[in-house]
Ligand binder design. Structure first.
Ligand SMILES: Cc1ncc(COP(=O)(O)O)c(C=O)c1O
Length: 407
């Protein structure tokens, strides 16, 4: 299916900006995506017409705001094909979703238990598990990377034991753009009775997700990487597991009854949503899902694959460029470096910025991967549905300048 990219681009006001006198070429979507007009307008309209606190008001505004918020929850339920809308917990983002799960497991895990993560995780999917293991005495194990930088899944059988309680892995690596074999990981973990948490921060904007088919136990993602506002994210959990776990934050909204002696807790999803939520952000995220659906997530996936393949093809023209995990399946991002001694990824990033091209440089909050390759960082170009091959050509022209200047 051919996309009307100019029509899509016209919905993103920021793409008309100039940076350093040049048209903006925004290739830092892995960090955060730009926002379409429908999301910006939804935020304005919410504050202009509906602003009220949710779930506790008898008055009309409160009921309207509640309806909009709960409609958004159902949009997200449909977006990831969750069985129930109460399996959708609103968080501040991927990081908070993972910290929620790791915190509520503090009184569930013991020193006898084991957690498996991988060497290809964002710090958000490493540090919370290290903290949990420090607090419970549980053991943290890693699926290692091959020399090329893809998960060495052959090691999984040895790592999984009867003690494994949880396996946590990202569906797509933010640092390398590599797609991880989550299906086999989920299947093998379940054979041992372990739960699986999928970090979908870099897949939800790019790939159709069906949590029932995937059969993951938890899945987390951030709104701001999928055309939605910052400060809002989602934790999906299977109903029976969420019901069995204790609450995270205590406060308003998450209780059934409170006496001076003790409290009982609300049903899902409210048990995990203490305090006033980011109502505008939630409704804005619903608008972002509408935007994605107006194009189709599979169509977005197929188009972005063309962009990624084209980027790898163009980068391969230069013997000065090293592409990481080049032959692996990629989604949404490509990571590389110039092979020159003493040249840092940020040197390349600064030259590109002078030409209005935004890429990310450095360790991408994934230092273990950098340690694996023995490098301080990489240059990462990451894509959204509004990017074009012409922009990739502009980026490659900018890279030629960087090669000339730094070589
Ligand atoms: C794979 C992955 N996990 C987790 C995160 C953290 O997301 P957030 O900062 O939105 O909580 C990111 C952000 O870049 C990511 O790419």
């Amino acid at each position: 299916m051919s996309l009307d990219i100019q029509h899509i681009r016209s919905q993103f006001p920021i793409l008309n900006r100039e940076v350093n006198g040049q048209s903006l070429v925004y290739l830092d979507n892995g960090a955060t995506s730009q926002k379409p007009k429908v999301v910006l307008d939804t935020l304005d309209t919410y504050y202009e017409k509906y602003n009220a606190n949710v779930h506790r008001g008898i008055h009309t505004l409160s009921q309207e705001a509640t309806d909009l918020m709960e409609e958004s929850r159902r949009k997200i339920q449909a977006f990831i094909n969750a069985k129930h809308d109460h399996e959708i917990i609103f968080t501040r983002g991927t990081t908070e979703g993972i910290n929620l799960v790791s915190n509520v497991l503090r009184n569930v895990l013991t020193a006898e238990d084991e957690i498996i993560i991988t060497e290809i995780e964002h710090h958000s999917n490493i540090v919370p598990w290290q903290l949990l293991c420090e607090r419970t005495g549980a053991k943290l194990k890693y699926i290692p990377l091959t020399k090329e930088g893809i998960l060495d899944i052959t090691k999984l059988d040895d790592l999984l034991t009867d003690k494994t309680k949880l396996v946590c892995v990202n569906q797509v690596s933010n640092a390398l753009g590599v797609v991880n074999p989550i299906e086999i990981i989920i299947q093998k973990a379940h054979e041992k009775g372990a739960w699986v948490l999928i970090d979908a921060a870099q897949s939800a904007p790019h790939t159709p997700i069906d949590v029932q088919k995937m059969d993951c136990d938890f899945l987390v993602f951030s709104g701001h990487k999928m055309y939605g506002p910052t400060g809002i994210g989602v934790l999906y959990g299977k109903e029976d597991i969420l019901n069995a776990l204790p609450p995270f934050h205590g406060g308003g909204e998450m209780i059934k009854d409170v006496t001076m002696e003790k409290s009982t807790y609300a049903c899902l999803p409210f048990k995990f949503e203490a305090g006033t939520p980011d109502i505008a952000g939630i409704i804005g995220l619903g608008a972002a899902v509408d935007f994605i659906n107006s194009i189709g997530i599979q169509t977005i996936h197929d188009y972005e694959k063309e962009l990624v393949d084209y980027t790898i093809q163009r980068l391969s023209e230069f013997e000065e460029v090293e592409i990481y995990a080049k032959d692996a399946e990629h989604s949404g991002a490509v990571s590389f470096n110039l092979k020159f001694d003493g040249v840092h990824s940020s040197d390349v990033g600064m030259i590109l910025d002078k030409k209005g091209i935004a890429v990310r440089t450095g360790h991408h909050c994934a230092q273990p991967i950098m340690q694996h390759f023995n490098i301080p960082g990489t240059v990462r170009a990451s894509f959204a549905v509004y990017n074009t091959k012409a922009e990739i050509d502009t980026f490659i022209d900018g890279l030629k300048t960087a090669i000339r200047m730094l070589g």
